[in-house]
Design a protein around this ligand. Structure first.
Ligand code: CTP
Ligand code: MG
Length: 401
């Protein structure tokens, strides 16, 4: 058994000692069987939420109406969820009510895909009534029972199907895919933020080139923010080596670049956090400049700096299908006299003292002039040298006037 499960074993044992059933479930079991890094370890139990709370010293009632209690044990939090079926569904979103049940199999039956409906007991034995392990071996994403029912219960599962394709490189079972084609419109009922989480995981997956064609084949793209008119660029996405990218900012930047849309309004539709929108927009600005001129000038290196240069360069290289020159550019950046304004040897107070003038816009303008000159090696980044250079410069200007 993996270390992460071993650490959580005492939770299962405590529940069992008090006469309850308890199992590891969900993504952790799936990823363990796939020999992939394991995320959060989740536990399903026959104990009711109040019983769970009474058995452990540190708990947080994170989703008690859905039967979930967070148990904090040795500094790690575990979601412990009571066996449940989801009752009536209103609006194809959240269960209108949950019904707690006493059997594990009932609980597994309401889960999305067979690979996610495998339980594991304290001895590492699998309880797999729906053939999840076989699906993992066949690399198949198939719903537990009728696909139409599972997607009507929670339409987000259609997006989850595509993100699992992208993360695992699996295929969709035929009826699962057909049901997505028929139920795509239900996505309109789902909160954008939840869709965005899954879509972003899809964009960042190593097999995203397999997921893009499915967006089109299933028509899901029609129901995603800002994509309904973008069939053509979407069809070309798979031609690029998305695996070269390292993070969400680069993935969104490449996506937006290829869609050829205004980054701000497009990314706002996805309700992404403002800092993500800003970072992607800066990247796209840099990308456009560098693609147009096809070079990293000193000014651009300095402007985009160590924060944005690697992102821009990675996306640029991916677009051109060449290797990124990030290391070389980082060395060039490090060799510049300064890497950011705060490294200037002078500040606004110095400038004010030298000229004996009042505060005003001129200070910022002067600092910009100094910054440019230092960056391009016209003057050393030393206080006295800058003062001399600046006063000489000023005299020249006055004579010119
Ligand atoms: N819409 C959903 C979301 C989740 N689940 C079930 O709840 C488990 C845990 O959900 P979650 O943590 O959201 O997904 P994981 O499958 O664990 O994937 P990840 O590793 O990305 O967390 C899933 O495995 C699945 O059994 C479900 O049936 N339907
Ligand atoms: Mg999980």
């Amino acid at each position: 058994m993996n270390e992460k499960f071993r650490q959580a074993l005492p939770i299962i044992e405590t529940l069992k000692r008090h006469g309850h059933e308890a199992y590891f479930v969900g993504g952790a079991v799936r990823d363990f069987l796939l020999d992939r890094p394991i995320g959060d370890v989740d536990i399903a139990t026959s104990a009711l939420p109040q019983e769970v709370i009474s058995l452990f010293p540190k708990t947080v009632p994170v989703g008690i109406e859905h039967g979930t209690v967070m148990v904090i044990y040795k500094g790690t939090s575990y979601e412990v969820t009571t066996f449940r079926t989801e009752g009536r569904y209103e609006d194809y979103r959240r269960p209108a009510e949950v019904t707690f049940v006493r059997s594990l199999e009932e609980d597994l039956k309401r889960r999305d895909f067979t690979m996610n409906a495998i339980a594991m007991n304290e001895r590492g034995e699998l309880i797999d009534p729906f053939g999840g392990k076989a699906a993992l071996e066949k690399q198949l994403i198939e719903t537990v029972g009728a696909a139409a029912e599972r997607f009507s219960e929670d339409a987000l599962r259609m997006m989850r199907a595509l993100r699992f394709v992208s993360q695992l490189g699996f295929s969709l079972a035929v009826d699962t895919k057909q049901a997505i084609e028929q139920h795509g419109h239900l996505l309109e009922k789902i909160a954008i933020e939840r869709i965005t989480v899954e879509f972003e995981k899809m964009l960042c997956g190593p097999f995203v080139h397999q997921a893009f064609p499915l967006l089109i084949e299933t028509n899901l793209f029609l129901y995603l923010p800002g994509l309904s008119e973008k069939k053509e660029p979407l069809a070309k996405m798979s031609a690029y080596q998305w695996r070269r990218l390292h993070d969400r900012i680069e993935a969104w930047a490449l996506f937006v670049y290829l869609l050829d849309v205004d980054p701000h309004s497009f990314l706002r539709k996805w309700k992404l956090p403002n800092h993500v929108i800003r970072d992607v927009s800066v990247c796209l600005q840099g990308l456009t400049e560098i693609r147009e001129k096809d070079d990293w000038t000193i000014d651009r290196l300095y402007r985009y700096g160590q924060k944005y240069m690697p992102l821009i360069e990675t996306v640029r290289a991916t677009l051109k299908d060449e290797s990124a020159a990030t290391d070389e550019l980082a060395a060039r950046l490090a060799a510049l006299p300064i890497q950011e304004r705060k490294q200037l040897a002078v500040n606004g107070n110095d400038v004010m003292a030298w000229f004996g003038r009042e505060r005003g816009r001129w200070i910022a303008e002067t600092l910009e002039t100094i910054e440019r000159a230092v960056l391009h090696g016209e003057v050393k980044n030393e206080k006295e040298a800058i003062k001399e250079w600046l006063l000489a410069c000023n005299q020249k200007q006055e004579k010119n006037c």
